[in-house]
Design a protein around this ligand. Structure first.
Ligand code: NAI
Length: 397
């Protein structure tokens, strides 16, 4: 239990944290991976290389310390991170390892100023946060195991279909090796997938959005092949080049709380690039439910060759009350219905959009979501009707 002295001490040390910046979290990760290299199997090492993970952890610690006396402010972020953790199969003992290396990092970087009182306060504060995550994640694991088709830990799945969707995106349909059922999911959720890329030092776990409606038997993810360099694309290139129909991968149950909320009001789905995967799951789910609600789907991509599910979305207009537009940055065909050229400018279609009562879901690159959120706000859409999540290490804008 945190005492008032602990709370005051943690808050008083925020400036020390801020002055050290991400040096703290970089030092922490270096220390932890040196002493506990087995955790390289769990952490996304590409996010380490790009510096996104150290920055995310630093921001999370700073936010926690700032709101330590009013943790309700952080509920949304905590739930989002807890869901993400379950897709990595994070376990309670790993919190002990992380906690140990965090405290040792503070001791090593802060030096004599890291007094026994400060240490005691940070140990107590860390334990409080760890206990919150352990509790929520334990509940999510239990709930997933108890569901129809449910399981815990990684479960083996076989690729039963590998299907190119566009120049850079390929879908994988995955069925349990044990022949059992699978958990139904909310459109917008993702899977944690574990693979061991060829000649790679450790396992890699990645999250990919489920890209169609649930069917109780198998899952489909749609993966963009990232340009391959040291920092990115290790898993997506392995999946595209080396994983074939008949091969096995390991999956955690569906996770994530960026989901379509059923409401009696119009819905506007807005995506860019491979950010269309959760939107496609939402559209397919609405089609499976024979939804009569007005639905709008706006998509931005580089060119027609990189446009996945184009014909599929057009065909959904037969069953759904669907209005859709695509913006192509280059090579936009002229005089074609539903097509616009350049970057997405909502003003071009504003008159048909339900700006006053619609729910707006955004998914795509962070820059794109910021660009669209600004446009929505300036068109008068209220912030509470704009829904998005940042994929990858937690961030907000
Ligand atoms: N469930 C989720 O939240 C998912 C999120 N994603 C995210 O979606 C993103 C997809 O990226 P890519 O396919 O590589 O996209 P991309 O780099 O090919 O860009 C797609 C389009 O987005 C627009 N765009 C990009 N940056 C913009 C900016 N700053 N301002 C205005 N428009 C911009 C452009 O029209 C561009 O053609 C990734 O960041 C990924 O993390 C992808 C899948 C699922």
């Amino acid at each position: 239990m945190l005492s008032q002295t602990h709370i005051d001490t943690v808050k008083a040390t925020i400036p020390v944290l801020a002055s050290a910046g991400t040096a703290i979290t970089e030092h922490f990760y270096n220390r932890m991976f040196t002493h506990n290299p087995e955790l390289k199997d769990v952490f996304n090492m590409s996010h380490q290389a790009t510096g996104r993970q150290p920055a995310a952890l630093f921001n999370a610690i700073a936010a926690y310390a700032t709101h330590i006396d009013n943790l309700e402010v952080l509920t949304g972020a905590v739930m989002r991170i807890a869901h993400k953790h379950t897709s990595f199969n994070i376990q309670p003992d790993q919190y002990d390892i992380v906690g140990h290396h965090l405290i040792e990092t503070l001791r090593e970087l802060v030096g004599d100023a890291f007094t026994p009182e400060i240490e005691e306060a940070w140990v107590a504060a860390y334990q409080q946060l760890a206990d919150i995550f352990i509790q929520i994640e334990g509940d999510l694991y239990k709930a997933n195991a108890a569901k129809q088709g449910g399981w815990d830990d990684f479960r083996k799945f076989r690729v039963i279909k590998k299907q190119p969707e566009s120049e850079l995106v390929t879908s994988f349909v995955l069925e349990p090796v044990d022949g059992g059922a699978v958990i139904d999911y909310q459109p917008g959720q993702y899977l944690g997938i574990k693979v061991h890329p060829t000649n790679h030092e450790f396992d890699e776990i990645r999250q990919y959005s489920l890209s169609t409606a649930p069917n109780g038997k198998n899952y489909r993810i749609s993966v963009k092949r990232e340009l391959s360099d040291v920092k990115n694309g290790v898993v997506s290139n392995y999946l595209h080049e080396s994983v074939q129909e008949g091969d096995e991968v390991a999956l955690m149950p569906p996770a994530g709380d960026f989901c379509y909320q059923e409401r009696e009001r119009p819905v506007v789905l807005i995506s860019a690039g491979v950010g269309l995967t959760p939107m496609n799951a939402m559209l397919d789910t609405l089609a499976a439910q024979s939804s009569k609600n007005p639905i709008f789907y706006l998509h931005a991509c580089r060119n027609p060759q990189q446009h996945s599910f184009a014909k599929h979305v057009a065909s959904l207009a037969d069953t759904l009350a669907l209005t859709y537009y695509t913006w192509y940055e280059t090579d936009a065909p002229e005089n074609t219905d539903h097509v616009l050229a350049g970057q997405m400018q909502l003003a071009q279609v504003a008159e048909v959009l339900p700006l006053n009562d619609g729910d707006f879901y955004l998914c795509g690159p962070v820059g794109f979501m910021m660009f669209i959120k600004e446009q929505l706000l300036s068109l008068g859409v209220t912030e509470d009707r704009i829904h998005y999540e940042v994929f990858g290490p937690h961030q907000s804008f």
